[in-house]
Structure formats: C-alpha cells, structure tokens
Design a protein around this ligand. Structure first.
Ligand code: NDP
Length: 286
C-alpha cells in the first residue's frame, strides 16, 4: 500500500541579533514535536542590513511566519501588509503571521504577560504601577489598558521614554496614565492593585540587582509581577511572596508568547506544560 510521505515541513523561525541566547526555539520545537506537527522553527542571526533580504527570503520560501526580536521589532513593519490593533499602538512587532496572502504583524510581548496575569487577577478596573518604559513595558502597558486597567502609573528613570508611554495610553486607550520620576527609592501608592517590573534590572547574569523600590510599600493584597524570565524568582518576587502577595514570573509570559505564536502559525492551542518544561531545561532553571 502507498504510504503518504512528506519531506517538506512548514517553516517558522526568528530573526534577531544576537540570536544565540534566544531560547524560544527550544520551547516551540518541543511543542511541534509533542503535537506531531510537521513544522520547524529556525533561529536565525540577521543583521539590520539583511532584514529586508531575510523577510523576502521567508516570503519566497513560503514560511508560515516568524518572530522578530531585538533590533528588528520596529524596522520589520515596513515589509509587512498590516498590523494587529496592539502592534499598531505599540509601534512594534514581534510575531509575523500569514493571513491569506497578507503578512500581518502582531505583538505578543504584552498579550503573553496579560494572559499570565489574568490567571491571578483580572486587570480590568485595576490600578497599576509599572516600572520601565522600554519595548516590553510599552507592550505590557498597551495590553493592560486594552484589557480595561483603570489607572497606570509609569515609573521610569528616563523621563522622555516614560512620558511617551503615558501619552500613548492617554491618547489611545481608556486608562488614565501618569508618569512618575524614578530618581530615588520609589514608594508604591497603597491603593495600587498590581505592581509590575518591566525593566531589565535583575536579569541574568545581574541577578543581585534590584529595582530601587521601598519594599515596605509592597502590601499583602498587591499582585506583583516581573517580566524577567531568568531567574525565575527575582529579588522583587521573593520579597513579595514573603509578604504573602500573589506573584507572576516572566517565564509564564515567555511561554504564553510561544503559545500565541504557535496559534497564529498552526491554528492549534499547544500544551503549555510541555513548553514550560522545555524552556526551563534550555535555561537550566529549576
Ligand atoms: P529596553 O532596553 O527596551 O528597556 C529597558 C527598561 O529598563 C527601560 O525602561 C530602562 O529605563 C530600564 N532600566 C534598565 N536599567 C535600568 C537601571 N539600572 N535603572 C533604572 N531603569 C533601568 O528592554 P525591554 O523593554 O526589551 O526589556 C526589558 C525586560 O523585559 C528585560 O529584562 C527582558 O528580559 C524582559 N522581557 C521579557 C519578556 C518575556 O517574555 N518574559 C519579553 C520581552 C522582554 P530607561 O528608559 O531609563 O533607560
């Protein structure tokens, strides 16, 4: 009997520079294998000068889609046919997927975070203190606002970047946003429901760095989240957990991003636990 054979997988992948430290390939390929999907995910080192050629190459080879990471998240937009709502607001794309014959840009940085947060607390109607105003913070802030957060205080060292995020939110969403300078130990307002670190402070290998926050101002009822995926328990999360706060770590955000990418490319809801395990193994996290 003729057995059906197919040596042509659907291709997905990532364009970034540097690319070697990006663990996404480990969790996405683990999910493809687990679900028996005839898909591959290829991690590619692409310089800014080669981004257009890489995107043209993906189109020419009929890729199903790809991720873009640093430094391509903004530059890739000009090679795409359209953007999802939050990618448009954020002004950056980290996931590209084909819709019919159109290449659409999405941003899953904030979506993955908000999904992880929603397992602990619904941000709708909540007051949020957000540390940071870089790419991740901007994505998280936009998704929180789109999810109905009532007030977002952006605390950032650089005033210009902080105010940019605040005016983006106030102009385009229903959330009331305000900037707060971060030039001394920050005291968190007692009315805050959710505290989020979206800075890179404490990221491996600088695991002993901690955001300049008055830890006494973190109260038991607050939910505390950290975007940093490695280490799993940052100093901020350990302090919050010791006070009895519910916490959300950055690894959950990363797994959710992978889940969203796989959904865009393959249409399936992958098993998060398989991806979580693969990611922890890849990053040597216990
Ligand atoms: P950016 O470089 O765009 O932004 C960095 C942010 O951190 C800025 O707000 C910057 O402030 C602040 N910052 C850095 N160092 C200091 C410091 N010493 N004191 C005060 N503020 C500081 O980075 P990203 O937004 O892309 O990434 C931020 C973090 O989010 C990283 O740790 C990254 O790992 C994490 N991330 C996690 C993801 C996940 O899926 N878990 C996805 C994407 C990112 P300033 O504006 O003043 O320079």
């Amino acid at each position: 009997m003729h057995k059906e054979i197919d040596f042509l997988p659907e291709i997905t992948g990532s364009f970034a520079q540097p690319a070697a430290e990006n663990p996404t390939v480990a969790m996405v390929e683990a999910a493809y294998r687990h679900h028996g999907l005839h898909f591959r995910y290829i991690n590619c080192e692409v310089s800014p000068a080669n981004l257009k050629a890489a995107v043209d190459g993906a189109k020419a080879m009929g890729w199903a889609g790809f991720n873009c990471s640093i430094p391509h998240k903004v530059a890739v937009i000009k090679y795409l046919d359209g953007l999802g709502e939050s990618a448009q607001l954020i002004g950056a794309v980290n996931t590209v997927a084909k819709r019919g014959d159109k290449w659409m840009g999405e941003n899953t940085d904030g979506k993955g975070f908000v999904q992880a947060l929603k397992e602990v607390i619904d941000p709708s109607g909540k007051k949020i203190t957000l540390f940071g105003a870089g790419g991740a913070a901007r994505a998280v802030a936009v998704e929180l606002a789109l999810a109905g957060a009532s007030a977002i205080t952006v605390v950032n060292r650089g005033e210009e970047r902080g105010n940019e995020v605040v005016s983006l939110l106030n102009k385009n969403t229903g959330a009331k946003a305000a900037y707060h300078a971060w030039d001394k130990k920050y005291i968190i307002e007692p009315a805050t429901d959710i505290v989020i670190n979206a800075t890179s402070i404490g990221l491996f290998p600088n695991i002993h760095q901690q955001p300049d926050i008055d830890f006494n101002s973190i109260k038991t009822g607050m939910v505390v989240a950290d975007g940093i995926p490695n280490p799993l328990q940052t100093h901020l999360l350990k302090t919050a957990a010791a006070k009895g706060c519910k916490t959300v770590n950055g690894l959950q955000m990363l797994v959710n991003q992978g889940l969203l990418g796989i959904k865009y490319w393959t249409g399936i809801d992958a098993d998060a636990s398989v991806m979580h395990k693969a990611l922890k193994e890849a990053l040597h996290i216990d």
